[in-house]
Design a protein around this ligand. Structure first.
Ligand code: AMP
Length: 217
């Protein structure tokens, strides 16, 4: 069983790397950001709440996020492993995650922390484009990670869009949330000897090589 978790600041490339791991090892890519973006499409009270919260860069309430995550992890395709990113985002979520894994009989697996500074991320944020069908991620400011045809997904031909929270104002809130709430979980996992750090200021290909090595160690 291969359970891989990514911890990284917003726009550090954790979704892109999780896609590569998912494809290579044929395990599902679980992103709470994607699951919540699906929920945000619903014309309901919860749907509207999630949509507004995501656009602002704040964190969605734990009970909503946790419920959706539990449902996803309980599906059969997670039994042989999964790659998770975007969760946990706080110590409280990390404690809840430990409980969920225990209940499902899953191992914590390997935790990969992609370390990258804020200035580099600011440059990336405005260039990110996401496929509305398969969620593949590109960056039009990075020639190694641009789609072949502008606005069209290389993977599936779907239309590319810019996320509502990929602007500098929302990025600053998300980065602040990350520093205050998510960073403490790095130490939590470091103490358990399950965390490995990777330098995120490199090409997608080079970062993946380093990650793949860690997975196979
Ligand atoms: P991401 O796609 O991981 O960058 O997440 C985008 C947005 O979804 C975040 O800024 C939050 O509003 C929400 N979100 C994603 N994961 C979580 C989580 N684990 N807990 C709370 N909110 C989340």
């Amino acid at each position: 069983m291969k359970n891989i978790m990514f911890i990284a600041p917003p726009a550090a490339g954790k979704g892109t790397q999780a896609d590569l791991v998912s494809a290579k090892y044929a395990i599902p890519h679980i992103s709470t950001g994607d699951i919540l973006r699906e929920k945000a499409k619903e014309d309901s009270e919860i749907g509207n709440y999630v949509k507004e919260t995501q656009a602002s860069g704040q964190l969605v309430k734990d009970d909503i996020t946790l419920q959706l995550l539990k449902e996803r992890l309980a599906k059969d395709d997670c039994k042989n492993g999964f790659v998770i990113e975007g969760f946990p985002r706080s110590l409280d979520q990390a404690y809840e995650y430990d409980k969920v894994l225990k209940k499902l009989g899953y191992d914590i697996g390997k935790i990969i922390y992609i370390n990258i500074d804020k200035k580099t991320l600011e440059k990336r944020i405005t260039g990110r484009r996401v496929c509305e069908d398969c969620n593949a991620t590109y960056n039009i400011n990075d020639k190694d990670n641009s789609p072949e045809v502008e606005s069209v997904c290389d993977n599936c031909g779907g239309k590319l869009y810019q996320r509502s929270d990929d602007n500098l104002e929302s990025f600053n809130t998300r980065f602040q949330m990350y520093t205050e709430k998510t960073e403490p979980i790095i130490d939590h996992y470091r103490k358990q000897n399950v965390l490995v750090e990777v330098d995120g200021d490199d090409t997608v290909e080079n970062i993946f090589k380093k990650i793949d090595k860690i997975i196979n160690e």
